[in-house]
Design a protein around this ligand. Structure first.
Ligand code: NAP
Length: 338
């Protein structure tokens, strides 16, 4: 079977996903597109030679009988309406993060999915499909380092533009750690605290950079995440899990090491897209394969979208109250998601 996909939002990531479905992945094709910018969407269809219909109204695309699954890749504030519509029409939905912009809106999607009694939604937290994180999780789950006690993580980015604000360090940057770390530890977050170290000279006046976010989990693991978005030297993602019996590290991306002129060198990637390019392929291929094989979706769920939104909101409140420990009061996870 070929999964017939409709894409809502043909901007940067929407275009990348259309290209990978068309050129790299198997088992699916893009049959419909929608974007506020009609000309742009139609140009993508023409440039890639797609046999895809343009819908001026995304809700008409959701309803189309020849669309099996939708990709929601428009801007965040519009995600909820299309995801809900998709779920209510019994369509599979792959939604880029965020699932919705508030935790309450995410819960509405959770409730709609539970009502359908079918796993229909996968959220685009692609790190769960990164080979390094998968290997790290396997080591933890198989007990190689014993019980996890602490986790040290860093999210470093070379530079951000002047539209990047302090809260985006959480909602746009650390959001990926928020999702992947509790998955890694099979745990939930209970509190968050933000500390501001000395500020880099490279940050614009109104941006607090770097930041440290301290999170505690239900099982008592202490997590520290450094977010440093003007570090200049590269796009560098670190994760070290300290267990009772040993320490496990997120593998470095495979780059060539050279010995030359009395020094040992390995390049560091500069671009986040490059760092996780395979993970984007794997997450969408898994979505397609599971639909084709009638299996339960195995990526981040609506519930994970809710957990990420709630945790992100609390971390942003913690930013506004530096040093204060803020509770994360998660609702009880429905058995549907256990
Ligand atoms: P983008 O380049 O601005 O693309 C969004 C597209 O959606 C634009 O073409 C926009 O049109 C269109 N759009 C906005 N509102 C719409 C609506 N109501 N109906 C239909 N189309 C609409 O943004 P992007 O970088 O692709 O990001 C899109 C989403 O993906 C965001 O939620 C972002 O957080 C997420 N994302 C995730 C990752 C990841 O690592 N997983 C990476 C990048 C982005 P106009 O330009 O005319 O407004």
């Amino acid at each position: 079977m070929t999964v017939r996909i409709g894409v809502i939002g043909c901007g940067a990531i929407g275009f990348e996903h259309i290209k990978r479905i068309t050129n790299t992945l198997s088992g699916a094709k893009v049959v419909a597109v929608n974007d506020i910018n009609e000309e742009h969407a139609k140009k993508i269809v023409a440039d890639l030679g797609l046999d895809a219909k343009f819908y001026a109204d995304g809700h008409e695309l959701v309803k189309a009988s020849d669309v099996d699954a939708i990709l929601v890749t428009c801007w965040g504030p519009a995600h909820k309406e299309f995801v809900l519509d998709g779920v209510e029409h019994g369509k599979y939905v792959f939604c880029e993060k965020p699932l919705a912009t508030t935790a309450d809106d995410c819960l509405e999607i959770v409730n709609a999915e539970v009502k359908q009694n079918k796993h229909l939604v996968q959220v685009g937290f692609m790190r769960r499909f990164d080979e390094g994180y998968v290997a790290l999780k396997k080591a933890i789950d198989e007990g190689e380092i014993g019980t996890p006690l602490m986790l040290h993580a860093a999210h470093r980015n070379p530079v951000v533009d002047d539209k990047y604000t302090t809260d985006m360090a959480i909602s746009d940057t650390m959001i990926h750690e928020i999702d992947v770390l509790h998955w890694l530890l099979n745990d939930e977050y209970v509190s968050a605290q933000v500390l501001y170290p000395r500020r880099t000279k490279r940050a614009l006046k109104d941006l607090a950079d770097p930041q440290i976010v301290l999170v505690e989990t239900k099982k008592g693991v202490r997590i520290d995440v450094e977010i440093f978005v003007n570090c200049e030297y590269g796009y560098d993602i670190k994760c070290e899990v300290v267990g009772e019996d040993g320490i496990a590290y997120l593998p470095e991306p495979a780059t060539v090491q050279t010995r030359k002129s009395a020094s040992l060198n390995r390049p560091i990637l500069m671009d986040w897209k490059q760092r996780f390019i395979k993970a984007y392929d794997h997450e969408l291929q898994a979505f397609i394969n599971n639909i084709n094989q009638g299996k339960k979706l195995n990526g981040p769920t609506s519930w994970d979208g809710y957990a990420a939104a709630l945790t992100s909101d609390v971390c942003i409140k913690a930013q506004q109250n530096p040093g204060k420990i803020m509770p994360i009061n998660m609702k009880e996870r429905p058995s549907f998601y256990k």
